[in-house]
Write a protein that binds this ligand. Structure first.
Ligand code: KG4
Ligand code: ZN
Length: 349
């Protein structure tokens, strides 16, 4: 095993399959050579990710996605130093496909396997942006499955300061969209419709301890709001859709940024990053930048291909773990509820 540590420019193949994106990437010395993502469209008509369909789709796509990542990187399989893969958290069936595939390939190429925590990878994604933040920084991670404020002290030294008690921010967008009759995932359409609306409706604002979030209340509040309004005017949703969307969006963004601002004040940190699919939201991006200007923060938002689920971010963690000789035992298991800093049995040297 010691020989692996001598390679200063490890070439890492990374595989991500925790939810509904089948993704593979190749990194050399921490630089992204390729980043291929196949987003499964099949879930749209069901209004959410169907786990069984997700794992089946991973099963059929993974070989093509991995091959394409290696081809685009213009390397040969035998140049790979290690394989990094997401082992959790996520959907069990989806994780199993990626983990099993990665194990098989690692055995056949006789190279180490590196186990990666999906959220720890998300919060490192800003490092791959054009102007990466220096450590330490705070990362606001917002996606369909996660909402967290993480203090990133170093590549493998991260601390969750706040998390959601129930729904994630993207889930709140998606559930609100469902009530409004929008297609899944509704976040992008709410963003689009909000541009011609104003945030004229207010929803109750949860006051929580520390930097915790709660987004399940907004769904209930919208449901009752729509029930009352449509009782008075059956066309209420149709006639006021942009304003309703802008109000929902504003509510979510204010909640997110209030916590971030408090975390920044309390920690004294001034480097801030956004990550996750909801980082695509134009109102969040603008409000984050505006707040940063007012507060004197350095703000970092990775490009979207690195912000949504992708394998390049898995490769980044893989890169740093490789340099420290942290690889996984081949008996490592996929864990749908893997706790944040619980890294599966690593085996230096
Ligand atoms: O990171 P991601 O691609 O997948 C995971 O959930 O891990 O995030 C997807 C989420 C969905 O909930 C989607 O509605 C939301 O990101 N999203 C948006 C926007 N684009 C995607 N939410 C608000 N505004 C957007 N422009
Ligand atoms: Zn994710």
């Amino acid at each position: 095993m010691g020989a692996y540590l001598c390679k200063v420019q490890p070439v890492i193949l990374a595989i991500e399959s925790s939810c509904d994106d089948t993704a593979a990437a190749v990194l050399s010395g921490g630089h992204i050579l390729s980043n291929v993502t196949f987003s499964q469209e099949i879930h749209a008509k069901y209004g959410g990710v169907v786990p069984e369909l997700a794992s089946r789709a991973h099963q059929t796509r993974i070989i093509h996605v991995v091959r394409e990542a290696i081809d685009r990187a213009q390397i040969g399989r035998h140049q790979l130093s290690a394989i990094a893969c997401t082992v959790g958290p996520g959907l069990m069936g989806s994780l199993l496909v990626g983990v099993s595939f990665a194990k098989g390939l690692a055995i056949s190429l006789d190279i180490p396997l590196i186990a990666v925590h999906h959220l720890q990878a998300h919060v490192l994604s800003p490092l791959a942006s054009v102007s990466p933040p220096e450590f330490p920084y705070l990362c606001l991670l917002v996606s369909g499955g996660h909402t967290q404020i993480v203090r990133v002290n170093g590549p493998l030294d991260q601390e969750v300061l706040g998390t959601t008690l129930d729904d994630a921010a993207g889930e709140a967008f998606d559930k609100a969209g469902k009530l409004l009759g929008l297609r899944y995932p509704a976040g992008p359409e709410i963003d689009h419709l909000s541009r011609s609306g104003r945030p004229v409706y207010a929803f109750p604002h949860p006051r929580l301890e520390g930097y915790a979030f709660s987004f399940s209340g907004i769904k209930t509040a919208i449901r009752y709001f729509l029930r009352d309004q449509t009782a008075l005017d059956p066309d209420f949703i149709r006639d006021h859709l942009p304003d309703i969307c802008a109000s929902v969006q504003h509510h979510i963004v204010v909640n997110l940024l209030e916590n971030l601002e408090r975390a920044a004040t309390d920690t004294g940190l001034t480097r801030m990053a956004l990550a996750g699919g909801v980082a695509a939201n134009s109102h969040l991006r603008q409000s984050f930048r505006d707040l940063g200007l007012r507060k004197g923060w350095q703000t970092h938002i990775p490009e979207m291909a690195l912000s949504t689920d992708n394998a390049a971010m898995i490769g980044l963690v893989g890169h740093f773990k490789f340099l420290q000789g942290q690889w996984a035992d081949l008996s490592v298991r996929a864990d749908p509820r893997l706790p944040f800093m619980a890294v599966p049995a690593s085996n230096p040297g």
